[in-house]
Write a protein that binds this ligand. Sequence first.
Ligand code: PMV
Length: 334
Amino acid sequence: MGTGRHPDYVSGVKETAIRASASGKVILLGEHAVVYGRPAIAIPLSGLRAQATLIPHPGPFHIQAPAVGIDAPLSKLPPDHPLARIVYLTAEHIRRPLPDALLRIESEIPVASGLGSGAAVSTAIVRALAAWYGVPADPPTVSALVYEVERIYHGTPSGIDNTVIAYEQPVYFIRGQAPEPLPVGATLHLLVADSGIPSQTREVVEDVRRNWEAEPTRYEMLFERVAEEVEKAREAITRGDARALGKRMDANHKLLQEIGVSAPALDRLVEAARRAGALGAKLSGAGRGGNIIALVDKSTAERVREALKTAGAVHIWQTDVEMGPAPLAVPGPS
Ligand code: PMV
């Protein structure tokens, strides 16, 4: 699975550390509506990663996650802590004891910004533990384990984050179904810009649910219109028509404003990107804060980047969705 080298044993004790990683992600289109059974499209951010390293270490299993101030034996974490939960779930799933090891977590993915940091950390941990024991960890299995932890973060997650991160390829996703791989007709250039405003997915998703309960007809209609944009975007991606895709992204942003999840800072970034020549721009993820994405072509990328900086972006990443046929097989659910 390419998650690190397989262990070497010396008298039953591991000699080397096992390192595994997982990518971040962005949702291209369809967030929120995806929770209500509509399709969405997401891509991995392969250049932005979380790492889990298992280092041979006598004594009880120990976790170090310096970014969140954790340096403790696993038994000292509450069992429903996301890091503890994924370790216990994985050990149970692969039917192995916890190894004599220290688990170190590092991540380049900013938290609470819709880039999939929680799901990436969980995925890296599953891969590291599986690799430690030489057990295969295929994407559907990894995705299902990580989904259990996403529920702690998000309440009622659609499953798109764990899916795109476990498969690490662009996906067309409908809740409860096997993801479909997405053929890409021409390489897409994207800028991801962080507003610097933290966004709690759980809260935003709960707000949308309250609004949906209060005005079901209106919200169902909005979700339906999002689904139409996603379908058109999917065709545009397959044809390699970036201009058409940009229009769908713009339309999706407008619908997200109507759903009530944008914010002045996000609208400012989206506007700045469009004025500087982006083919389309929208918020990405739960909204209210977090990131926007802008679709650019090579000639405008630098100008859009500058405009985003001036409009207040605290970080900007560039990522390409490479042209190519969809991988032949996305393994189905196990
Ligand atoms: O984790 P985020 O911020 O990318 O948001 C997840 C996307 C939502 O559609 C808002 C929620 C979900 O579970 O799909």
